[in-house]
Design a binder for this molecule. Structure first.
Ligand code: SIN
Ligand code: MN
Length: 204
């Protein structure tokens, strides 16, 4: 494990290839129950380039009217979110220095042209809990900055099977995905990148 900036813990190759396949199989089932949706920016209604779904008691959603929030049901189907996949829960248990379980597992799907602008994860009520991330499929260029938007940033690649955690001084760091490097992984037959982020939303 490496600490790329204080509090950003990077565990390259955390999942074996077999585990990556197992996790993708669980995510295929999850997406049948909770289809990918396209979130929209608050106020402007502009679509994200990333499509999303969630697992767990709560899921992160966003739309024009009500903005960023967590809710217990899918925004289109109204159904509860499916359970957090076993290997995602294990990543939290292995990596998070936090005794309570995650409540949300946001699943982001990036096609080759998708990206995510610099932002902070601050819709949770408990910043003592880390955010744990798993990457599957194509490599991305990930960017990490400081707790102020203007702070200098660094970028590094996240590859299929890598785990990463934003904790402590990096918990509220600005971060984003600059680009997807198409064709860098054979894990997902149609290409693209999946990212899972495990989050604790409420104070225990
Ligand atoms: C996120 O910040 O929600 C996703 C980060 C990633 O895709 O690696
Ligand atoms: Mn984020």
């Amino acid at each position: 494990m490496h600490e790329i900036v204080p509090g950003l813990i990077y565990a390259p190759g955390y999942l074996t290839r077999e585990e990556q396949h197992d996790l993708v199989a669980d995510l295929r089932e999850a997406v049948k129950a909770a289809p990918l949706f396209t979130p929209r920016m608050p106020r402007t209604g502009k679509e994200f380039s990333v499509r999303m779904t969630n697992c767990g008691a709560l899921g992160w959603v966003s739309d024009r009217e009500n903005g960023y929030r967590y809710q217990p049901t899918h925004p289109d189907t109204g159904a509860p979110w499916p359970a957090i996949p076993r290997l995602a829960q294990r990543a939290w248990d292995d990596l998070a220095p936090y005794k309570h379980p995650p409540e949300a597992c946001l699943v982001n799907f990036y096609d080759a042209s998708a990206r995510m602008g610099l932002h902070q994860d601050r819709d949770e009520n408990d910043f003592d809990a880390p955010v744990v991330s798993l990457s599957l499929g194509d490599t991305c260029l990930f960017r990490i900055g400081g707790t102020e938007r203007k702070a200098p940033t660094k970028s590094f690649k996240l590859q299929s099977g890598d785990a990463m955690m934003l904790s402590g001084p990096a918990r509220l760091a600005f971060h984003g995905v600059d680009r997807i490097m198409g064709g860098t992984s054979t894990l997902l037959p149609q290409g693209g990148r999946l990212n899972l982020t495990l989050r604790r939303v409420n104070k225990a």
